[in-house]
Each structure stands twice: as C-alpha cells, then as structure tokens.
Design a protein around this ligand. Structure first.
Ligand code: WTA
Length: 634
C-alpha cells in the first residue's frame, strides 16, 4: 500500500482533495488496512460537544495491521533494532515475526493475570523493546495503555494510576540512563502506597537492581511469559474504542489524560509517517524520543510499525559515554531517517564539531525536529553538520492532542525553510485567528493557531472529564480546535510556530504547566505564594523561573532555594526542577487579584527595563523590589 506523495504538485493535488472531500480522502487511506468489518460512515463530528467519530462502526485490531499483516512477506525483516545504553553491549534486532510472537506471548500473560478489554494498564518502563511489546500486547487484548515517562516521581505516577484507575502496572527493576542506574521499581512501590486499583505489577529485569517483590501482586516478566502461547487472538475493537491515554500538562494544576482511539489514530500515524519522512521499505528510521511522550507513541512504535518500517530504539542519552553517541549509532546502524528534538541539537552543538568527525553520516537521507520551535542557529547547525547540507530537514509541529504531525514539510517534496514548520499535511486545515476568533486570511498574518476541521488522530476526550476537554480546546473559539500555540503565516504562506500562548512552558520539548509547578512549590512548608514563568534558556529552549514569597524564619535564602527546587523534583520529577528561584516580598497583582505574569516574564528574561505600564497594579511598589532582588535568583 502506498499513499506516499512524491512531488510538490502531488502534494497540492492531494491537499485539495483532502479539503474538498475529506471523507473520500481518508476513506481511501483507511481502505488499505485490514478491518474485521468495514465502517458504515467515514466521519461524524461536531466541535461543540466535542463529539468526533472516524470510521463509524468499523471493527479492527491495530496489532493485526502491525503484526499479522506483515508476517507473510516481511516476517524476517527487522521491525525493531534496539541499541542499549552501553556502546559495548550488543544491539538486539526483533523481526516482525519475533515481535508478533513476543507480543502474543506477553498478551497471553496479561490475560492470565486478569487484564482484558477496556482495562487500563500503566507502563512505567525504560527504552527497551519490551516497552513496545507491552504497548502492542495491550492493544492486542483491547486493554488501554497509559505510559508514564519513567522520569516522573512516585506521586506523579500515583496521580496517573488513580486518575485512570489502572488495574496493572508494567515496569522494570531499574533503568540505565547514561552513567546512572535508576531504581524504578522502588518508585512504583512508593506510588502504590496511595493507589488501590492496581492488582498486579509485572517487572522486567533490566539492571539487576535488588527489588522487593510483594507476594501475590508483583511478578517477574520472565516468569509470567513462561509457557504462554505465541499465538493470541486479537480482540475485535470498535474504531472508536480507546487505544491509549497519555497524560499531558495544561494550564491548570492537574495533568489531563488525552484519549486516542483505535481507527483514526492508526490511519493518521501511518499516513503522516510515510509522507513526512518519505520512508521506503528497507530504510532504518530512528526517532530519539522516549516512549513516555507522544512522539514515542506515534513515531517510534505505531506509525513506523504500521508502515512495515525498521524502527530503532535507543536506551541511553545523547552525551554518554560522549557527545558522539548519536552519530556513532547513525553510522553503526546506517540510519536513513533521524528524528530528534531541538534541545538535543543545542546541547550537542555546544560540544562543537569534534564529536561528529569520526563518524560516517552518509546513510542519512532525512533529518527531523520536533517538540519546540527550532531556532535558526540550531536549524543551520543540524542541517549543515548532521545533514551535510543535503538532507531535507523536516520541522514537524504537532501535539499530544493531535496524535500525529500536523504541519511539516514532506521531506524533499516541500522545500525547507529554516525555523518554519511550513505547510499543513493533507487533511489538516489550520487557521490563524485574532483574539476574537476572526480568521486572519492571506499571508503575513500572526495570531493564534486553530484547526477548523477534524482529522483522524485528534483527541476524543480527556479521560474521565469530557467537560475539561471541551473547555480547554473547543470553547475559546466557537467551532474551532484551539492549539494553545501562536503562529505566523509568512509571505510565502509558510507557517512558523511561535510557541505557547497559554500558561504552559516548553522545557526541553516537555510541557510543564506553570500551575502544576506552582502547586508543587507551594507544598514546601515555608512557601506562602509562588508564581512560575518561562524564560529563554540556551539549551532547554525555555527554563523554569519561580518567584516565591516565603516565611524566612530559621532559613537562609540559599538553603530555601535549594529546598524549593528539591521539593518540585520530588513531587513532579527532575524535569520540572526550576532552573531559577527568586525569593520575593510580594507578587505583582491586578486589582482583581490576578498575578501579572507579563511583568514576571520580563524580569525573568532580564528585560526589566521593558516592563511597560505598571500603574494599574494593586501593588506597584512591589515591582521595584522584585527587580532589585532578581540578582539573588539562583
Ligand atoms: C510545541 C510534542 C514549534 C508546541 C509533539 C506544541 C512545537 C507543544 C513543535 C506540544 C515545532 C511541538 N515547532 N513548536 N515543530 N513541535 N511544539 O504535546 O508548543 O509534548 O503545542 O507534543 O510543543 O507538545 P507535546
């Protein structure tokens, strides 16, 4: 099956078709999959509720389209190549047949522990092939997986377990990350002290770290698969049954569970994967994300495997044992498509060209970027030194909620332009609106980015709280999906994403809600009130800057700052640790009592000379002392 667009005129033609007759367009893509029963209607939707259904009454199992379908001619072809943390350790290749067998075996093991269709299963695992097997095994039996990035703390994990009332957790004894060994099972044990729904925990042995196994609850992965059949009948799912929940941060304090469903997600991740990366059978494709984020879901596991691709999974980090590790892997496995994040590029850029020089990167055909706006300097470095000036660089804009890439060049088909995500994929109808929601037509316009028509992999709800989904995405502008991002359409009609316009900070490509970090800071007994903003950071894109009003009795400022940072790392996880904390006597408030973040953002960015009008504040006098104490921020 091929839906690969190969020319610019082909793109324009497909795009027009997709807008004029979306149902016909997506119906054709969907027809190339195996369905147990064909859908009755391609699309039913309204953005008011919202209520979105693709491939209505279609029945299928996504794993049949990943595994069974590829057995016949692709059975011996590599599905997953796994590169371990230590360069000296042997890489592992799983063929489609092996992946099929291991998925079924583990699916049977999960069933034997009482997990079935609709049950929620939390995956809290390192980057090992078993993480992908775990996802596919859930999908095989109709269980709903929810992956929690293994860097999140026990309380973040517990919140997610409780929110989705998970029945099972899949984890490991420990994780290797560079020179570190992280005791993952211990985090799960701690989380489970405040969870009641989990009946069993399956532990994959990776690091040999000593763990406590609770009788009747905890089992080793290698024990539960013993004697299980390598065949497992795929559960027949409705197109709109849940495939997974993935928690993501928003502008309120509590992460929300974004829900994706089977049929539409399958069709769109496949379609966007082959088109954006221009994947051809036999290519080795590598996305450096973690499976704990949406990029790992859609473009390490589902999209590539649906396309019969060879997808590389890497356990480690870019700078271990040295800053040449990525390039060594590209050479070793002859990687053809390489997809990473601007923060990784900037971090490696800081090491100069020396770490790249020993390696042959000539296998690369396409390079990609995701997660945050890529600045021009990083873009050129990546394009010139990694792509050697002759690989198309796809800057892919999308979100956990969109399920798949929405705006991007198609490699080599749509011309590149530095720092511009460029054009929408077929089927995607983005518009730019002003504050009142009026569409800004034509070129050279800037405003808020919305999508006006449904696409197959869009979120359907936020788990257990549909109203929140409506409020967050569908109520700001009537009849539109609001992305939370600002965007500009330039004189050529290319889109440039300008970053979040809500209270979300993008730290190293990871979304952090300011309210979530504030809630964590406020847990410190000495903190009276806090406010968190993002500020420009050389490597992370944005850093987290916290202002806190504290009771200073019995504490030095320095100790308190260190304690506040530690509190956040403990409550949410190390990724949310503030880069800077400033103790302040007060926070600038409007007369209605709202914190004026605009002022705090300027102070954090070192632009206190550009504060603008502060006369409408309730407490303008506090601004001077905030500016004054900014030098003590650490
Ligand atoms: C940002 C990651 C600019 C954006 C797939 C979005 C980007 C948020 C890009 C979603 C890009 C992602 N250019 N900004 N190419 N890609 N973003 O849910 O602000 O982790 O709203 O999904 O990342 O982050 P999420």
């Amino acid at each position: 099956m091929s839906h690969k667009i190969q020319t610019l005129s082909g793109y324009i033609h497909e795009y027009q078709k997709s807008v004029l007759q979306p149902e016909v367009f997506w119906g054709r893509v969907a027809e190339s999959f195996h369905w147990e029963k064909r859908w009755d209607k391609t699309l039913e939707w309204n953005f008011e509720e919202p209520d979105i259904k693709w491939f209505v009454n279609g029945k299928l199992n996504i794993t049949e389209n990943i595994l069974d379908r590829h057995l016949f001619i692709m059975g011996d072809k590599p599905a997953i190549i796994w590169e371990p943390n230590e360069p000296g350790d042997e890489a592992v290749t799983l063929t489609y047949r092996e992946l099929y067998e291991k998925t079924n075996e583990f699916a049977n093991a999960m069933k034997a522990k009482g997990v079935g269709k609709g049950d929620r299963v939390i995956i809290y695992m390192p980057m090992v092939p078993e993480a992908a097997i775990a996802m596919l095994a859930c999908a095989r039996i109709g269980a709903v997986h929810s992956i929690v990035f293994a860097g999140f703390s026990s309380s973040s994990l517990a919140d997610r377990v409780n929110d989705c009332e998970a029945k099972m957790i899949l984890t490991s004894d420990g994780n290797f990350r560079g020179a570190k060994k992280i005791p993952v099972k211990a985090v799960v044990d701690e989380a489970l002290e405040s969870c009641t729904t989990v009946e069993s925990v399956i532990v994959f042995q990776r690091t040999g770290t000593e763990v406590t196994m609770k009788e009747g609850r905890d089992y080793w992965w290698h024990d539960v698969i013993k004697g299980q059949s390598k065949e497992c009948k795929a559960e027949i799912m409705d197109s709109e049954d849940m495939l997974f929940i993935l928690y993501t941060s928003g502008s309120t304090g509590k992460p929300k569970g974004v829900v994706h469903t089977v049929g539409g997600y399958m069709v769109y991740t496949y379609y966007s994967f082959v088109n954006v990366f221009q994947y051809s059978i036999g290519d080795v494709y590598w996305c450096t994300a973690d499976v704990g984020w949406i990029t790992g879901h859609s473009y390490i596991v589902y999209g590539p495997l649906l396309a019969g691709a060879t997808t590389l999974m890497f356990e480690g980090v870019p700078t271990y044992p040295d800053a040449g590790r990525f390039w060594q892997i590209v050479e070793k496995h002859k990687v053809n498509q390489f997809y990473t994040a601007p923060t990784a590029i900037r971090a490696l850029q800081a090491y100069g060209l020396e770490p790249i020089e020993p390696y042959d990167l000539s296998s690369l055909k396409v390079i990609g970027s995701v997660g945050e706006p890529i600045n021009e300097e990083a873009w050129h470095w990546y394009h010139d030194h990694i792509g050697k000036g002759n690989c198309p660089l796809v800057d892919t804009w999308w979100q956990t909620e969109t399920g798949g890439i929405m705006v991007s060049a198609l490699a080599g088909v749509i011309p590149n332009k530095p720092a511009h995500a460029s054009l929408p994929l077929p089927g995607i109808q983005p518009i730019i609106v002003d504050a009142e929601g009026n569409e800004l037509k034509g070129n050279n316009v800037e405003g808020n980015l919305c999508i006006k028509f449904p696409w197959p992999s869009m979120l359907r709800t936020t788990y257990g709280d549909h109203e929140r989904c409506r409020q967050t995405y569908f109520s700001t502008y009537k009849g539109l999906y609001f992305t939370g991002d600002g965007a500009k359409r330039d004189h050529d009609g290319y889109l440039r994403i300008l970053g979040r316009v809500d209270d979300v900070i993008n730290v190293s490509g990871h979304r952090m809600g300011t309210a979530e970090v504030e809630n964590a800071i406020n847990e410190h007994p000495k903190v009276i009130e806090s406010a968190v903003v993002g500020y420009p950071h050389d490597v992370k894109g944005q850093g987290i800057y916290a202002f806190a009003i504290c009771d200073m009795e019995g504490r030095s400022e320095e100790n308190l700052i260190a304690e506040i940072k530690k509190t956040v790392a403990n409550i949410i996880g190390p990724i949310a640790r503030p880069d800077k904390v400033q103790i302040v006597p007060g926070l600038p408030k409007t007369r209605s009592g709202k914190i004026m973040r605009r002022i705090l953002r300027k102070v954090a960015a070192g632009e206190a000379d550009q504060l603008g009008d502060t006369s409408t504040l309730l407490n303008p006098e506090v601004v001077e002392s905030i500016i004054e104490s900014a030098k003590n921020a650490k």
